[in-house]
Design a protein around this ligand. Structure first.
Ligand code: ADP
Ligand code: MG
Length: 700
């Protein structure tokens, strides 16, 4: 079959060498058309074209080095290994082998010159390669170097890189003849790229990233900042942006109940709160009210740092909806938090004759059936629960508002599924998503382009910033004394034991051991323990006692991370804090500093600290500001991690990287405006081409 007759829309089966088995493997990678192959971009490159001096080899790079062996020894650690030390004129490298025989060991003799290829890793003394490919330079058959960089593609079991490379070459031939309508978008990018990145045309960019020419610089390609990659990144970000904006448009075209009046319930609720709303809370409520007064579903993200008072905002919004005789569902990420919200809302709403229902894991089957029947009626109520609220067998009779708490881990798909859930006769509920993970503005505008965003940027009055200290494990005794001091003065404290290993068993073990140990050291204190393995009922009971002040010290795993609110607790100890990420540390610390007393957070760590861990702990000591912490987190971990892995599909970007490519976002936004206003069909094609995420618009 000749390339002339093919176009990008044709099936991969049209390419030479693609039979049913290969087709099936390609399908697993989401590759069904020739176009899909063209946009299947390399993850990284191997450089087998040149020898890299050791001084220039960076961690994680895959490089060829030429060096002389000067030591060869067996090591007996956790695992026996063969360690071969080599050096060139510029630096040292260790080669480590776990599998080797006597003959291989002898061949790697001191004094021999070798060429090896492998990934550079960090070793105990110097950089290392584990199981490199080794060639001996005194062997005349040592192969010549490659003439171009080798692209490495995302692949699947049984699919060889070489087959992918062959397919890409054919697909690029088809692209050359088909063109894929690139002129239009190329021209748009040229006009909108004010910063003059001087980006190549699409076809050139695709050819370049798939087959970097001889002499192509590895460094920028490695970092993803080569103009060819940036050209593709712009387009991918644009496609993503367009799909979210379209989602937003679609949502806006739907019908929702209109809540034009604040209703008679609000003033009563205000009185029941026991505090005056901050200005920020009032402003945010006004913003949300404007959405509710429209007959289109609200999709709004409420960002507010831990302790900013998002729950009270949710209650005020709920009051408006309830007053109009509609139902409100509040979804929390954990049972613990759902229970707490149920208690808070009961305290606020029960005096006003609004029923607060709670759908938790500990309901019996019969109780659950009964509750489900209530939900399906048209009575107004608030129902609080975990994601169990939105399981298949739950139907709402008259749902007006869904509040999702602390769900920064929620992606587009889930947002849609929720909207779908409450739909009744074509009318959809409003949706308010609350998050304590402050997201840097540019990122928020990209990741949540389908949402409106409100920011609660003021803490309730009289709060004092938490004082944070970073202390080595070895000074544990001092901390125990400090807890004793605080608790004998009527205060309460948390002691958090994070995952020691990736195993739940050990997790609960560590917390249990710590509780036993602390009970022995602090015999006069009342100590409680919560961890993920306790039954819901037992967990809730312990929490309840801590809330009621019947426990002085709560030993916990990170189950208490989100949302737990006990203002009298003003001391937080976090063990093994070096193992936690910034966002999680900030969340945990947010459990204290909720009352008027000065609060303290002690971060205990085990030495030695890694570079990033040191950085994280330093940041925690330096600031209480969630936005500053989020920015740092973004630098340290990258956006995929910051936003959570299951979110919008950002983690699945093929080439773009939100933190690296942040400078492109303004261009992307103005391009999105241009495409939407001048050529929506181009938008469709871009979305199709990049498969940003597979939202089923038909269902919306
Ligand atoms: P978050 O935003 O982290 O969910 P919460 O809603 O749990 O914060 O509120 C934290 C604490 O602050 C709660 O004890 C709450 O009752 C209290 N609070 C909320 N708003 C105010 C306010 N305007 N004035 C005083 N206290 C408030
Ligand atoms: Mg909260």
């Amino acid at each position: 079959m000749s390339a002339e007759r093919l176009c990008l829309d044709d099936s991969v089966q049209q390419l030479a060498g693609v039979g049913p088995r290969l087709t099936e493997k390609l399908a697993r990678l989401g590759l069904s058309t020739i176009r899909d192959v063209v946009y299947h971009l390399p993850l990284r490159y191997q450089d087998r074209t040149q020898v890299t001096p050791l001084s220039r080899a960076r961690l994680k790079m895959e490089v060829v080095v030429e060096a002389t062996i000067h030591a060869n020894q067996l090591q007996y650690g956790k695992r026996r290994s063969l360690l071969v030390r080599v050096s060139d004129d510029t630096g040292m490298l260790s080669l480590r082998f776990f599998y080797f025989n006597r003959e291989q060991q002898l061949r790697l003799a001191v004094g021999r010159r070798i060429r090896c290829f492998g990934e550079i890793r960090r070793g105990p003394q110097s950089i290392e390669m584990v199981h490199p490919e080794v060639r001996f330079l005194d062997d005349p058959s040592a192969a010549a170097m490659d003439s171009a960089l080798t692209p490495i593609y995302p692949s699947t079991e049984g699919l060889h890189q070489l087959s992918l490379r062959k397919l890409v070459v054919q697909a690029l031939d088809v692209l050359r003849l088909d063109g894929d309508d690139a002129q239009h978008i190329d021209a748009l990018i040229r006009t909108h790229d004010q910063t003059k990145h001087d980006l190549p045309a699409l076809e050139h960019a695709l050819n370049y990233v798939h087959r970097p020419p001889f002499g192509a610089p590895l460094e920028p390609l490695w970092q993803g900042i080569h103009p060819a990659q940036q050209r593709l990144a712009i387009e991918e970000l644009l496609a993503h942006q367009l799909s979210l904006r379209r989602l937003r448009q679609t949502t806006r075209q739907q019908r929702a109940p209109k809540f034009a009046s604040p209703g008679e319930l609000r003033p009563k609720l205000k009185a029941a709160l026991g505090f005056t709303l901050t200005r920020a809370q009032q402003r945010v409520i006004t913003e949300i009210d404007r959405d509710l007064a429209r007959a289109q579903p609200m999709l709004r993200l409420l960002q507010g740092d831990v302790g900013a008072g998002k729950t009270a905002v949710a209650a005020m919004i709920a009051a408006r909806v309830l007053a109009a005789h509609y139902q409100v569902a509040l979804m929390a990420p954990t049972e613990l938090l759902a229970e707490q919200h149920a208690r808070t809302f009961t305290r606020w709403f029960a005096p006003n004759e609004i029923e607060v229902l709670s759908l938790t894991g500990r309901l019996t089957a019969a109780a659950k059936r009964k509750l489900h029947a209530r939900l399906a009626t048209a009575e107004p109520f608030i129902v609080v629960g975990t994601h169990a609220l939105f399981q298949a067998d739950v139907r709402f009779g008259r749902l007006g508002l869904i509040v999702v708490d602390e769900q920064h881990r929620f992606g587009v798909d889930q947002r849609l599924a929720l909207l779908e859930k409450g739909t009744n006769g074509g009318v959809r509920p409003h949706q308010l998503i609350m998050t304590a993970t402050p997201i840097p503005r540019t990122l928020a505008m990209t990741a949540y382009a389908d949402l409106d965003v409100s920011v609660l940027d003021e803490l309730p009055p009289k709060r004092r910033p938490v004082t944070t200290t970073v202390i080595p494990e070895s000074r544990r005794d001092e901390i125990v004394a400090r807890i004793n001091e605080a608790c004998t003065h009527g205060r309460q404290a948390y002691w958090v034991c994070p995952l020691i290993d990736e195993s739940e068993v050990l997790d609960h073990q560590a917390a249990t051991d710590t509780a036993v140990e602390l009970s022995a050291a602090l015999p006069r204190l009342r100590i409680g323990l919560v961890h993920g393995r306790l039954k819901e009922l037992a967990k809730a009971e312990v929490m309840q006692r801590f809330v009621a002040g019947e426990l002085d010290l709560l030993v916990a795993t990170t189950v208490i991370e989100v949302g737990v609110d006990v203002p009298n607790a003003n001391l937080m100890i976090i063990e093994n804090s070096e193992r936690l990420g910034l966002a999680q540390l900030h969340q945990l610390r947010g459990r204290v500093g909720r009352g008027e007393a000065q609060s303290a957070c002690v971060l205990l760590y085990k030495s030695p600290l890694s570079e990033t861990a040191r950085h994280r702990l330093h940041t925690m000591r330096e600031t209480n500001d969630g936005f500053v912490i989020a920015e740092r987190d973004l630098e340290l971990r990258g956006p995929g991690e910051v936003l959570g892995t299951r979110q919008t599909g950002l983690a699945a970007f093929k080439i773009a990287d939100l933190s690296r490519d942040r400078h492109l976002l303004p261009v992307v936004r103005s391009l999105a405006d241009a495409v939407l206003s001048s050529s929506p069909e181009l938008g469709d094609r871009l979305i199709g081409r990049w498969l940003v995420h597979k939202v089923d618009y038909a269902k919306v």
